[in-house]
Design a protein around this ligand. Structure first.
Ligand code: IPM
Ligand code: MG
Length: 361
């Protein structure tokens, strides 16, 4: 569950998982400490035993990590290292962040309805390389002149494998990829562009365009429906996925899946720990619950359950039930807990009506 609103939204995700297991889906879970919650108990952001447990698991669900009380610590000791270590050691190099719009939430988006009504995109973000992990890195504090540095580094194989994920993803969608870079300034982006273009030769059915990241940030707001798959490095993907969240209306709606070569994946909301609203039972649990849907889709092998969970969320939203981040026109908002209960009830209805043919298939 991690920090901030993490435990609150994961509690709702657990309700959804329990509803599925009660219907006979064979799944066991256990809780582990990560982030600030782990620092408090053990002094470090994540324990080796947790990493070992997660690598033996079928899937990992994560709330959020990060808390302002650790802002003064060196990078290596901060809560965020928990997620960085999980991604790296589990080899989860591909981060999928789908962005959809729901008609009943159009007014929630700061963008005009005519711009977002056909928007449906996915950000495919490289997750274990680039400037997040590159060395050398450091900060040198000196009386006369302090300096700090990071290294943006990509190997050809890292670009090739994430590009392949993007092309395979595009094949199941609208067959269009926008590869994002800053090849007019950065060598790492020049190689990125070259390898992505090479990969495209294996996918003649997919349309590939290259776009500079600054232009992409603008086009996302100007005409979001022009995008299908956005392929980006670790840093650009981080930034563009937060921006994309506003197309759907709230970052509280966006789930993500981090995957690698095997079945094991890590599922987490795109939002962070949101310390400003933590503990108030007002956070939106949709992103966490939709992350559970992605978990069933990519790691647990049940597309049907994934779709049922997604449908339960949509039905709940269409009834006008809203957490505070997605209310408009003075609509009444409901709590995190109540939202979780409503979604679970919708899901249970579907499960009871046996609208899921073979559970666990
Ligand atoms: C995200 C988050 C993380 C990231 C932070 C919490 C380390 O912003 O998953 O988008 O930058 O990857
Ligand atoms: Mg981010």
């Amino acid at each position: 569950p991690g920090d901030g609103i993490g435990p609150e939204v994961i509690r709702q995700a657990q309700k959804v998982i329990d509803a599925v297991t009660e219907r006979g889906f064979d799944l066991e879970y256990e809780y582990c400490l990560a982030g600030g919650a782990c620092i408090e108990q053990t002094g470090i952001p994540i324990e080796t035993s947790t990493i070992e447990k997660t690598s033996a698991a079928g899937a990992v669900l994560l709330g959020a990590v990060g808390a302002p009380e650790y802002d003064h610590l060196p990078i290596a000791q901060r809560p965020e290292q928990a997620i960085m270590q999980l991604r790296k050691t589990l080899g989860l190099y591909a981060n999928l962040r789908p962005v959809k719009t729901i008609k009943s939430l159009y007014p929630t988006s700061p963008l005009k309805t005519n711009l977002i009504e056909n928007a449906d995109l996915i950000v495919v973000r490289e997750l274990t390389g680039g400037i997040y992990f590159g060395t050398p890195r450091g900060i040198i504090l000196d009386n006369r002149t302090s300096y700090a540095f990071n290294t943006e580094i990509y190997h050809d194989y890292e670009i090739r494998r994430i590009a392949a994920v993007a092309f395979e993803t595009a094949r199941k969608r609208h067959r269009k990829i926008t590869s994002v870079d800053k090849a007019n300034v950065l060598e790492s982006s020049m190689l990125w562009r070259q390898i992505v273009s090479e990969t495209a030769l294996n996918y003649p059915d997919i349309k590939l365009e290259h776009m500079y990241v600054d232009n992409c940030a603008m086009q996302l707001i100007r005409d979001p429906s022009r995008f299908d798959v956005i392929l980006a490095n670790n840093m650009f993907g981080d930034i563009l996925s937060d921006e994309s969240a506003m197309i759907s209306g709230s970052i509280g709606l966006l789930p993500s899946a981090s995957i690698g070569e095997g079945r094991l994946g890590l599922y987490e909301p795109v939002h962070g720990s949101a310390p400003d609203i933590a503990g108030q039972n007002i956070a939106n649990p949709c992103a966490a619950i939709l992350s559970v849907a992605l978990m069933f889709r990519y790691s647990l092998g049940s597309e049907k359950i994934a779709q049922a969970i997604e449908k339960a969320v949509i039905r709940t939203l269409e009834k006008g039930l809203r957490t505070a981040d997605i209310t408009f026109n003075d609509n009444q908002s409901i709590s995190t807990d109540a939202m979780g209960d409503h979604i679970t009830k919708e899901l249970e209805k579907m499960l009871a009506a046996n609208q899921l043919p073979a559970i666990g298939d």
